[in-house]
Design a protein around this ligand. Structure first.
Ligand code: ADP
Ligand code: MG
Length: 318
């Protein structure tokens, strides 16, 4: 089955006063219709930039090459008008910080109905009714009153719900959720995750779910892509990954997540540091921290091998 959206050889680098930053290196991902694909990796591994690149939202100092294939087009070559249409009708994105997409000076009502009015299919009072119905869907109590609030009058969890409502009102096919619950208290986090899961099903969405927290993945995703230092190091179904992780980095992440959840009596972490991203690496990005490294790891970049169900970029499996 052809994926709904896929990337081919995406590399993203930034030009900065201190030189080039290599943020994402030759990444291929495939999102199938109706699946929730987790993108996991520690902070700085390139998850957000990869997601922003899909809808041409990269910062100005970014350079990108490769392909983003969607609906028989390479979105990287799409015109501004085409990409605007994709963003309003096809691919919606929600962020860790709702204030990054809510305007603090405008009432929620104004922001929610904007896209509906632009579409031109409904008048203002119909748009308001649709917006209120959607606020109820995302379980905002007293939606009829709350819709007239300003963002600052709502709690973080409520703002996250508003951002989700805003995304869903556009009836997207794909939802990109970038660490949507990272900034929230654990109880609110659990509620929002539950809501996301329920609405994903109800609206038949395909989701790219970005997180640094492997423990969220099991409950939320069908498949997982693990990123490390701007590269995909492993991808597999959730079960495969949790029970048969192959890449030493993924194994380390799992051990560390288990130890944090109290399943092990000592706290495990992966020794060492992520390599600097100011030059391109010749070998495996993980080799310096890897306890299983072998001869070619330092000097030869491993490529993904395996099959559709499970693949890993590691010389142990060459
Ligand atoms: N505008 C920018 N200029 C220079 N470097 C950037 C810029 N934006 C992001 N980066 C760098 O790109 C790398 C990947 O960032 P990001 O995708 O945000 O990571 P993640 O979402 O996995 O935490 C980081 O090293 C970050 O510092
Ligand atoms: Mg990020």
């Amino acid at each position: 089955m052809t994926p709904l959206l896929s990337t081919k050889n995406i590399s993203i680098r930034f030009n900065t006063a201190k030189g080039t930053v290599y943020a994402v290196n030759e990444v291929d991902i495939q999102l199938k219709k109706g699946e929730v694909l987790g993108i996991v990796g520690e902070s700085g591994s390139g998850k957000t930039q990869l997601m922003l690149s899909l809808i041409k939202l990269l910062p100005e100092n970014a350079e990108i090459c490769g392909q983003v294939n969607y609906d028989n087009h390479n979105l990287l070559e799409a015109s501004q008008a085409q990409i605007n249409k994709i963003r309003t009708e096809e691919i919606a994105m929600i962020f860790q910080d709702p204030m990054s997409c809510l305007n603090p000076y405008l009432k929620i009502s104004t922001q929610l109905i904007e896209a509906l009015l632009l579409e031109g299919k409904v008048n203002k009072s119909e748009a308001l009714q649709q917006a209120i119905a959607m606020l109820k869907k995302v379980q905002i109590p007293n939606a009829e009153q709350r819709i007239h609030a300003y963002p600052y009058q709502l709690s973080g969890g409520m703002r996250q719900r508003v951002m989700l409502a805003m995304a869903l009102l556009r009836k997207p096919k794909i939802l990109i959720a970038d660490e949507p619950t990272t900034a929230l208290d654990v109880t609110v986090q659990a509620e929002i995750l539950q809501l996301l899961k329920q609405l994903t099903k109800e609206y038949g969405l395909s989701v790219l779910f970005v997180t640094h927290d492997l423990s969220i993945v099991a409950g939320q995703c069908d498949r997982v892509v693990v990123m490390y230092a701007g590269k995909v190091v492993e991808q597999a179904s959730v079960d495969e990954l949790f029970y048969r992780a192959k890449h030493p980095y993924t194994q380390g992440l799992l051990a560390s997540a288990q130890s944090q959840s109290g399943m092990s009596d000592k706290l495990i972490s992966i020794a060492g540091q992520v390599p600097a991203n100011n030059k391109l690496l010749m070998g495996c990005p993980f080799y310096q921290r890897c306890e299983q490294r072998i001869e070619p790891c330092a000097n030869r970049m491993p490529i993904l091998s395996g099959n559709d169900m499970h693949s890993q970029a590691c010389h142990l499996y060459d």
